[in-house]
Design a protein. Sequence first.
Length: 306
Amino acid sequence: MSANGGTKAIIAALSANLAIAVAKFVAAFFTSSSSMLAEGIHSVADSGNQLLLLIGGKRAQRVGDKSHPFGYGRERYFYAFVVAVVLFTIGAAFSLYEGVTKIITPHPLDSPAWAFGVLIFAIIAEGFSFRTAIKESNLVRGKQSWVSFIRRSKSPELPVIVLEDLGALLGLVFALFGVTMAVVTGNGVWDGIGTLMIGVLLAIIAVILAIETKSLLLGEGATPEVEDQIRKALEDAPEVARVIHMKTMHLGPEELLVAAKIAVDHDDTAAQVARGIDEAEQRIRAAVPIARVIYLEPDLDRATTK
């Protein structure tokens, strides 16, 4: 189950970002650096993201009721989508605005030592957070590539945190680049360029997360590997001749709905069919524990009875 690992990664990222945000705002105050201000907003946005993910995880644990008979598992997808669309977009828009403003009206940095000190501290802290996210993701990623993991993961928290932390580290590198060039050249335009780079980075991450979480929110089916396991479990039942067709949908990261029409022998009695369906359900749950809701419809195999 990836929820526990996701929570651990979220808490690690939240702790790092709260400390880093304070340090960045202090540095921005003393240096008048737009890159540092953009990075401070970036860290605040990241902290808000992580709080939303924790809220979504908690609300998703509610038991189903009459208005939501399949439960609230998709709350995790909704809050991940909010993270992508709202907070990342706001962070990107602010950074782009600050970058353009600084390029139009540049001014030299004050006390750049503050910026360098905070950026080095932030890179170290974000590095530890990123390491935790990578470690927890590797426990569930298996042999998938990172691109495949982000695209195919049914648990939104870990991909979001991995992309957040990667974006944070790259953003810090961009800020360090902008501040360094501004100090070396004495031209504040470089600080604005670094800020623009941060804004573009946040916009790219927002688009990626929005696309992936929207797909989950709309209702994704099981992976081909999981569907093969379900099909095999069904067809291993003696009373099931074959699976005529099957559909699956994630009700949440750890809850799968399975609906299938199965072919049974035309000579089977109702009791035999019922027993076969019960056995098939047990086989599915043994093979795929997250298959919580199962609907099986028996039918004659008309392809072989014609």
